[in-house]
Design a protein around this ligand. Structure first.
Ligand SMILES: CC(=O)SCCNC(=O)CCNC(=O)[C@H](O)C(C)(C)COP(=O)(O)OP(=O)(O)OC[C@H]1O[C@@H](n2cnc3c(N)ncnc32)[C@H](O)[C@@H]1OP(=O)(O)O
Ligand SMILES: CC(C)C(=O)C(=O)O
Length: 551
């Protein structure tokens, strides 16, 4: 016999879940303060618990498992503090976990005394393996543990006035349990609790350990729902762990299979490989146009609190929240992202359609500017994107190509990433303010009696000497070209010209780009920016000439 064996498939040829789609958010329950906390090297103290609780409220959780109060004094005191200081909003229900042992159940009820509404969460393990090696119990013994626990809970709850207590049962290690037995034990618990359609019990079906592919998990949920007699009177809840790295997929498919509720934690903290990551699952819904009901519009703050409370860092590649997930280094990605943003701006469309991005980073409080970073693997698109972001210049295509070669040379030499500020500075130094032999001071129109000819008076400083010169042409730029050729012997033709208005607030109203050509065929770009488009274009021409003079 080999050391490992494959997980047996579920015999469900008429499964329906593959034809379903997720159309609405489930009921979410955060278990950060319980399952998340019990898995920490340093479990949270009261202050951290309170900070995390407040953050969970801000995110919008309406059900929060606040601890295992019978297991620890810290948890007990925390639950008391929430209740006694009236810190639980009216629309939020706290949940507390207990084993099916009388002294623990009794202590749990002491903890929740006075709560406006609470969920008492009873669990015992039901899997084949745990029955054999942990409890040395047969099925009947395991059902008895659950039923005895359920009876005591029912009895203690009936002493609490106003019916403020709801019931939850978890056949822990559900995924390693025979589905017939899981349904049998849940039905036995429900026979005690007598849930109704208006007052449902929660049946939480934990993938305590993730044992199979997500489709098998979905089969298990669908089959359970068929076998379970109290389906109509129950909320079916999921609690996936991530041992195979597919906890989110398992929960998503299990929603298709009929589940109503999902337990999980922020960024997937929890035992071993962690619980289901609610942030990712919720934002996956957002990207499908579904209102997740949770607010992650400031994901950086959620991450800060989670990292502080758990002392665990969110990895760089973590969906939505990781430092690098809105960053494209490679050229073709950068090019496509830039084109995507440009196309959206041009069409003014609402639908977010940018290649390589599933969500608008701004929707979760992240910024556009780190979307693209540049290293030796980058191309013109990324460089141009950053120049536009930093300076507002929309470079013509040929200038994008030319400038990306300038940057490529730097990144090849250093072997490192180059920041957007550094790129912007390089652009300005190269194309706007190269070292100046020729300085443009001013120009103004003067009278001219020739037909179709304009005359201008220019002021230049050339090689340190000031000059006031008259020039003629079909416009100021043409007149300038003539003046520079005739007065200083600077013979340049204008091969290409582009201009655009700058974004409001940039301080300049226009940008101009000129590709100037020397008689020997050499071509040089220059750029200029000014409130006057004419000035911007003369400055661009002068910048191109200065570049040629300095090489
Ligand atoms: C999958 C999950 O995450 S479940 C939640 C797990 N969380 C925790 O365990 C964190 C807090 N736990 C604790 O502080 C402790 O385990 C306590 C206080 C709950 C119990 O402590 P102890 O009484 O020392 O028992 P211990 O932790 O060793 O538990 C094992 C005993 O509980 C029994 N047991 C375990 N789970 C259950 C259950 N759900 N219902 C009834 N009995 C149970 C076991 O059979 C075993 O009994 P035995 O000692 O007669 O063999
Ligand atoms: C108590 C249950 C829900 C649990 O934490 C698990 O099975 O992982």
């Amino acid at each position: 016999m080999s050391k490992y064996q494959s997980f047996p498939p579920i015999n469900l040829p008429d499964r329906t879940w593959p034809n379903n789609t997720i159309t609405q958010a489930p009921i979410w329950c955060s278990v950060d303060l319980r399952d998340g906390n019990q898995a920490l090297i340093n479990p949270m103290g009261p202050a951290k618990k309170m900070e995390l609780f407040r953050t969970l409220l801000q995110i919008g959780f309406k059900e929060i498992e606040v601890g295992f109060p019978a297991a620890s004094e810290t948890d007990f005191a925390f639950v008391r503090e929430l209740i006694e200081n009236d810190l639980i909003p009216d629309d939020v229900t706290i949940q507390v976990l207990t084993q099916a042992r009388p002294h623990l159940i009794e202590r749990t009820f002491e903890a929740i005394r006075g709560a406006k509404q609470s969920i008492v969460h009873l669990y015992n393990s039901t899997s084949v393996l745990q029955r054999r090696v942990v409890f040395s119990a047969d099925k009947a013994d395991v059902v008895k543990i659950a039923v005895d626990g359920a009876k005591l809970i029912h009895q203690l709850a009936s002493n609490v006035k106003d019916d403020t207590i709801r019931y939850q049962y978890s056949p822990e290690s559900f995924t390693g349990t025979e589905m017939e037995f899981a349904a049998e034990i849940c039905d036995a618990v429900c026979d005690v609790w007598q849930p109704t359609v208006d007052n449902k019990a929660i049946m939480n079906l934990p993938s305590t350990v993730e044992l199979s592919t997500p489709n098998v998990h979905a089969d298990q949920i669908e089959l359970f729902c068929r076998l379970f007699k109290h389906r109509e009177q129950s909320i079916i809840s999921l609690h996936t762990h991530n041992d195979r790295g597919t906890g989110i997929a398992a929960s998503e498919l299990a929603l298709l299979a009929g589940a109503d509720r999902v337990e999980g934690t922020l960024f997937g903290n929890g035992e071993r490989t962690g619980n289901l990551d609610i942030v990712t699952m919720a934002l996956n819904m957002t990207t499908q146009g579904i209102d997740s009901t949770l607010d992650f519009s400031n994901i950086k703050e959620v991450r800060r609190v989670a990292e502080f409370c758990t002392e665990i860092k969110v990895p760089e590649r973590m969906p939505y929240a990781g430092d690098l997930v809105f960053t494209a280094f490679s050229g073709s990605h950068q090019d496509a992202i830039k084109k995507g943003y440009d196309a959206m701006e041009e069409t003014g469309q609402d639908l977010f359609e940018v290649p390589y991005l599933t969500i608008d980073p701004a929707d979760i409080g992240r910024q556009y500017d780190p979307v693209i970073r540049v290293n030796s693997q980058s191309g013109k698109g990324g460089v141009a994107f950053l120049v536009e972001n930093e300076l507002g210049f929309r470079l013509p295509r040929r200038l994008q190509v030319a400038f990306s070669q300038v940057i490529q040379k730097i990144t090849d030499e250093t072997g490192e990433e180059i920041g957007s500020r550094e790129i912007a500075t390089k652009f300005v130094d190269t194309y706007i303010n190269p070292s100046a032999t020729l300085v443009y001071r001013s120009h103004k129109p003067v009278e001219c009696d020739k037909e179709n000819v304009e005359r201008y008076q220019f002021e230049f400083t050339y090689q340190g000497e000031d000059h006031t010169i008259l020039g003629e042409g079909n416009g100021p730029l043409d007149a300038c070209v003539h003046v520079l050729t005739e007065t200083f012997g600077l013979h340049y033709d204008i091969k290409d010209y582009n201009e655009h208005a700058m974004e409001a607030g940039s301080g300049s109203s226009a940008a101009a780009y000129i590709l100037a050509q020397k008689p020997n065929g050499e071509e040089l770009f220059g750029a200029g920016t000014s409130k006057s488009i004419t000035k911007a274009s003369i400055m661009a021409l002068v910048a191109a000439i200065n570049r040629s003079l300095s090489t």
